[in-house]
Design a protein around this ligand. Structure first.
Ligand SMILES: CC(C)(COP(=O)(O)OP(=O)(O)OC[C@H]1O[C@@H](n2cnc3c(N)ncnc32)[C@H](O)[C@@H]1OP(=O)(O)O)[C@@H](O)C(=O)NCCC(=O)NCCS
Length: 178
């Protein structure tokens, strides 16, 4: 099995959105079309303003996973905004492609990119760290809702360390220092 990773642009945005749409039945696709339009608009603006802000992973050529990231100052919900830090908005690997190394390859690509690329939104500096919220999913969550950023173990294996427990919601803030 081969995993490849590409930066997301408007040209391959549909590939990036495909893993998230995997469980939507054909009848409901019209219902989500409006959300897709909104996502397209959001992505276009973010891409113009920040440059590369998402990667898509392909497993044997088929879109299988994604990671979206923005400067921490551009994300509405963090409780603090550490300097030169990038925040993960969303990451997800489609159900039939999980536990096959897709997430790990995707994040290794992201980490390499951030360690080596001067970023215009950091005034030409490189990022010093990435952060991600990892919520506790328990029985209070509706069964059809899975928070897409994934599991603590996954991030710990990639070298992320627990920064602190979240005060506003049940979960954890993880940080990877470069
Ligand atoms: C979490 C997620 C991003 C990981 O991507 P993935 O492609 O399945 O992960 P990989 O196969 O690259 O795994 C990398 C490592 O993390 C470990 N890992 C991945 N998911 C894990 C999980 N849920 N629990 C424990 N370990 C996990 C793997 O065993 C592997 O370990 P190894 O390097 O020692 O072999 C992906 O599974 C996902 O999007 N899941 C859906 C979200 C979810 O699970 N939500 C519910 C809980 S919040």
């Amino acid at each position: 099995m081969t995993v490849t990773v590409n930066a997301v642009t408007i040209a391959n945005l549909a590939d990036e959105m495909e893993p998230c749409l995997e469980e939507i039945s054909l009848e409901k696709r019209d219902e989500v079309a409006g959300h897709c339009q909104a996502k397209r608009k959001w992505f276009e603006e973010a891409n113009n303003k920040y440059g590369v802000c998402a990667f898509v992973a392909y497993l044997d050529g088929r879109p299988a996973g994604l990671v979206e990231f923005l400067p921490v100052n551009a994300v509405p919900y963090p409780e603090e905004r550490p300097k030169d830090t990038v925040f993960i908005l969303c990451s997800y690997v489609r159900a039939d492609s999980q536990k096959k190394g897709v997430g790990k390859t995707l994040f290794q690509h992201l980490i390499r990119f951030l360690k080596t690329t001067p970023l215009s939104y950091l005034e030409g500096r490189k990022a010093v760290a990435i952060e991600v919220y990892v919520p506790e999913v328990d029985s209070s969550w509706p069964p059809n809702i899975r928070f897409p950023t994934g599991s603590k173990e996954f991030y710990e294996k990639l070298g992320f360390r627990l920064k602190r427990q979240l005060s506003r919601q049940k979960g954890h803030l993880y940080r990877l220092e470069f």
